[in-house]
Design a protein around this ligand. Structure first.
Ligand code: A3P
Length: 301
């Protein structure tokens, strides 16, 4: 079943705060149909690009930090001196695209794009370009996103978590439906240059996860270097690093008094926020293949 929103499903208030591009919502702030079309049709993907792809709140910035650290063998100098959104720009946003185009290769780029809006030129480099896709249990993702929407001005405020859940289930969300995003990207599973990992795996097996990412990237790091990557990409390290915590993000994007990008950084916070009925709705909407084959731990208990 498709969860893509139809135009008819969008209320008038939403239209003023989001743009609707090729069936997918995007924030008005920092996004435009022109930029999104440019990224899809003209952006030139090179063989040496590495992409950090996620649906928002899946662990994007954690992966960004891990990839930044792996690039320098665990040495934290880069992550401590350069802002994360400059180390791996979100290529589909207006400021991100500017940064991406100035970025000297090899480029590390981040994207929230659903697969159908990803740069077409990628098809010519499919054999070489590496894509890392991070997924997260949708219950925790929803809770994280709900909190996030209260302090990030790019999101429309919902009157309650019930309304938010409804929008999430129907795909009326910036960057589109989580369900379509995950199923779209996970069709690449098995492709040599596509690597998927869950937020939960990163939490439970950080060392092993970093090993696997290094192996995928063809980077040989020693045991000590892997341990340094894990340590420097930990929740506490990132919270203490202004280059990674978003504490320097401009006030036009965020209300710093209302919340933190690095909020809790745990698995299972959904238990504190979602009722049995709400989790039931969410569970029944998650495609079986995703629930069982990718993340057995998401199954209802
Ligand atoms: P919570 O809101 O549940 O705390 P994204 O980077 O995709 O926006 O995801 C943000 C979520 O990842 C937030 O979740 C944030 O706290 C968590 N996160 C970021 N860095 C982390 C880290 N190093 N370890 C664990 N969780 C992290």
């Amino acid at each position: 079943a498709s969860f893509l929103p139809g135009l008819m499903g969008l209320g008038p208030s939403m239209a003023t705060e989001y743009i609707f591009h090729k069936g997918v919502l995007f924030p008005i702030m920092n996004y435009s149909p022109e930029t999104l079309s440019f990224v899809e049709n003209e952006f030139q993907v090179r063989d040496d690009h590495v992409f950090n792809v996620t649906y928002p709140k899946s662990g994007t910035n954690w992966m960004l930090e891990i990839l930044s650290l792996i690039r320098y063998g665990g040495d934290p100098s880069w992550v401590c001196s350069v802002l994360n959104w400059k180390r791996a720009p979100w290529m589909e946003s207006q400021t991100g695209l500017e940064a991406a185009l100035k970025y000297l290769p090899p480029r590390l780029l981040t994207s929230y794009l659903p697969i159908q809006l990803f740069p077409k030129s990628w098809h010519h480099s499919k054999e070489k370009v590496k894509i890392i896709y991070t997924l997260r249990c949708p219950k925790d993702l929803l809770v994280s996103l709900y909190h996030f929407s209260h302090f990030m001005h790019v999101y429309k405020l919902s009157s309650s978590i019930d309304v938010f859940l409804e929008d999430f289930l129907s795909g009326n969300m910036p960057y589109g439906s989580w369900f379509n995003h995950v199923t779209g990207w996970m069709r690449l599973k098995g492709n040599e240059n596509f690597f998927s990992i869950t937020y939960e795996e990163l939490q439970q097996h950080p060392q092993d996860s970093v090993w696997r990412i290094c192996h995928f990237l063809g980077k040989e790091l020693s045991e000590e270097q892997v341990a340094t990557v894990v340590e420097n990409a930990s929740f506490q390290s990132m919270k203490g690093n202004k280059m990674s915590s978003f504490s320097l993000l401009q006030d036009k994007y965020i209300d710093h008094k209302k919340g933190n990008f690095l909020r809790k950084g745990i698995c299972g916070d959904w238990k504190n926020h979602l009722s049995e009925v709400q989790t039931g709705f969410l569970h029944s909407a998650v495609p079986g293949a995703i629930r069982l084959n990718v993340c057995g731990g998401w199954a209802p208990t």
